[in-house]
Design a protein around this ligand. Sequence first.
Ligand SMILES: [Zn+2]
Ligand SMILES: [Zn+2]
Ligand SMILES: [Zn+2]
Length: 376
Amino acid sequence: MLLSICLSVSVQAALNCIVCDKTPLVGRYWKHPHGELCPDCYRIDTRCDVCQLPIKKDFIKTKDGRYICKFEKDDVVIDEELAKVIFKSAVSSVLYVSSQQMRLRGPYPDVRMFDIDYWNDNGSARMPGKMRRGGFSQTRSIGNRYTHNVILLSGLPKDELISVSAHEYTHLWINENRPESRNIETDTLEGICELVAYKVCERAGFTNQLSRIVKNPYTKGRILDALESSKRMGFADVLNWVKRGNGERLPYRGSAMTTRSVPRPTPTTRPSPPGPSRPNRPVNSARSTPPPAPNRATPARPTPTNSTDSGIRLTSIARTSRGFRAEINGVQFYQGDLKRISIQGRLANLQCIEVTGRSVMFSINRERPLKLELSR
Ligand SMILES: [Zn+2]
Ligand SMILES: [Zn+2]
Ligand SMILES: [Zn+2]
């Protein structure tokens, strides 16, 4: 997430630097998806590990020296017990999307959280364009008994941790189910792990994770083959291919064109507007009862009202030269904006996913998307 120059033509009232609160911002300032910053703050080298925002105050630091800014500090997971809960909810979602096909025979994995991302070769900084691993898994087998271990990196946002958990769990399932005589290309295995993560994030409505997964260079594009094969053969038969298939690569080749459901990045400083974000339900759900989706806080189905029980209120939608602008709890949002708002006296991050003339789709602290409509 790079910062880029923006020149203001006039003094914009109430525009303040989101890092140092200096106001008003005039002349040259910088844009970041969270808001605008002053030149002084832009020069700060210490950056947020999640969003690259310069760090000045109101941040947290992980034990291995990574900084998380005020916008993400409530979203990231640094508590091992919470990580275990999130891993567990990711597993139940994997079982759901696979119609229980991916149940492990071995005992439930031992899940640990690590501060030092020692398995990454790019050090502790998140390098732009370089993808680090957020997790690690291994299976030991003694005879036909298995033990599974998973390590999750601390300081990942909740939605990314769910994605990483689903990925690592899939490795364990592959370890149990791929015949020893069967050779599968390593990148294809990674692509299949990402396919499962994709399914889980799709179900939860994490559209930003979908685009992250598809663009992740880690699979060398094999995620696209996995998505294409899943579309043509069905997800269940991709899993069967691991157990009983032929060849080292999946039978179908995907291209970036096939991933229509993924939001396209736009060359602006604002986050790209994600596509339709209503959580998708898998079609093969006949046999299984849906477990709770990875996030608990919000109802699955958008409700056609202008406020939620939890104190989020949509007061107006304006048509502007930049597109529709919604006002939620007194704060103005364009599509793609991520800002801090106060909800019943507590601060939370609201990401505005989509604004239309009548409704707004958003997510609070990266939880499942919600929709509000203007009352008539
Ligand atoms: Zn500043
Ligand atoms: Zn940040
Ligand atoms: Zn992997």
